[in-house]
Design a protein around this ligand. Structure first.
Ligand code: FMN
Length: 325
């Protein structure tokens, strides 16, 4: 895939989110016009050791397009195996190496953002991945480990030299986790240091944020994560604003309720009713976030034990809103 060309028309990319970026979430994102949609991070060792659960995470539906499958790990043998596995068995358009995950379980095993402290190893792992597949290899990194070690530019250069085709940068350090300011300067510095396209990531919540991010960093696209929870429409709004300078209003309460039900139906179709009910406990409340008098409904949704219960709570909220003075 020619990422640079593709991103000119489709500059809004959906970030990988563990526990969220499954087939259902990805399909909704695709419908909203996402340029690329990342899977959640998938363990190289899980694939190497034949974990059924991990293998299922790599499944990409025939109707899905432009899915980037993200791997995490730092073990050469496991990563080589996982790269070949993804190449042979999935419909991914690219394979991403996670250089940004800050959670202790991953960092302890030298994966995720921990790799940013070892540039030569990053280069070796990427070269290895490139040897094992003809699919493009991409990386997603943070600005660095901590304030004193913001080496995103060095890691980007090493990654490009080793053969990556696209780089995403979340402008926070590991120590910042998900708090504090996103460093737009370092994202811009990465963009200026490499030839391959760069995606800017961190705290894009509105179409205006997306435009600002593009203007300030000069990047080829924006990557959006948390703001899409309960709000997949933001993808279309950002895309329209970046490409045409205008965007449609936010969705109505009816549309939000319908989308929550569709999200649940897609989860049920692809993962079964039980998992759909469990996942919607955390997903459904987001669809009512910020709506008037919704706190009780959101609380009830977070405890709903079936899709029917969830739908009844949503319908009840909708009818209350319709009859509200
Ligand atoms: C629940 C959750 C799970 C995440 N999982 C991943 C992951 O699997 N791989 C990854 O590279 N980043 C992951 N991230 C980081 C996001 O991709 C993104 O970089 C970060 O949330 C900042 O973007 P945002 O402000 O638009 O959310 C995760 C973030 C959240 C909130």
């Amino acid at each position: 895939m020619d990422f640079k060309r593709h991103l000119t028309k489709n500059p809004v990319v959906v970030a990988p989110m563990a526990g969220i970026s499954n087939k259902a979430f990805r399909l909704l994102a695709q419908e909203m016009g996402a340029g690329l949609v990342y899977t959640e991070m998938i363990s190289d060792k899980g694939l190497k050791y034949g974990s059924v659960r991990t293998r299922r995470m790599t499944e990409i539906l025939p109707e899905e397009e432009n899915v980037v499958l993200q791997l995490f790990g730092a073990d050469e043998e496991a990563l080589a195996y996982a790269t070949e596995y993804v190449d042979k068995h999935t419909r991914a358009v690219a394979i991403d190496l996670n250089l940004g995950c800050p959670v202790p379980k991953v960092v302890k095993n030298n994966g995720g953002v921990s790799l940013m402290r070892h540039p030569e190893q990053v280069g070796r792992l990427i070269s290895l991945m490139c040897e094992r597949t003809d699919l493009p290899i991409t990386v997603k990194m943070r600005s660095g480990w901590d304030e004193a070690n913001k080496n995103a530019v060095e890691i980007a250069r090493v990654s490009e030299a080793a053969g990556v085709s696209l780089i995403a940068v979340h402008g926070r350090t590991r120590t910042q986790m998900y708090r504090g300011e996103v460093d737009l300067d370092i994202i811009r510095a990465v963009k200026e240091a490499v030839e391959v396209p760069v995606l800017a990531n961190g705290d894009v919540k509105t179409p205006e944020d997306a435009l600002d991010m593009m203007d300030v960093t000069g990047c080829d696209g924006v990557m959006v994560g948390r703001a899409l929870l309960g709000n997949p429409w933001l993808i279309r709004q950002c895309n329209d604003y970046l490409c045409y300078g205008r965007y449609d209003e936010s969705p109505s309460v009816e549309e939000r309720v319908e989308m929550a039900k569709r999200h649940a139906a897609l989860l049920a179709k692809h993962y079964g009713e039980r998992r759909a009910a469990l996942e919607m406990r955390s997903q459904a409340p987001w669809y009512l976030k910020g709506l008037p008098d919704s706190s009780q409904a959101r609380k009830a949704l977070s405890r709903a034990d079936s899709r029917e219960t969830m739908s009844a709570i949503l319908d009840d909220y909708l009818s209350r809103m319709k009859t509200a003075p």
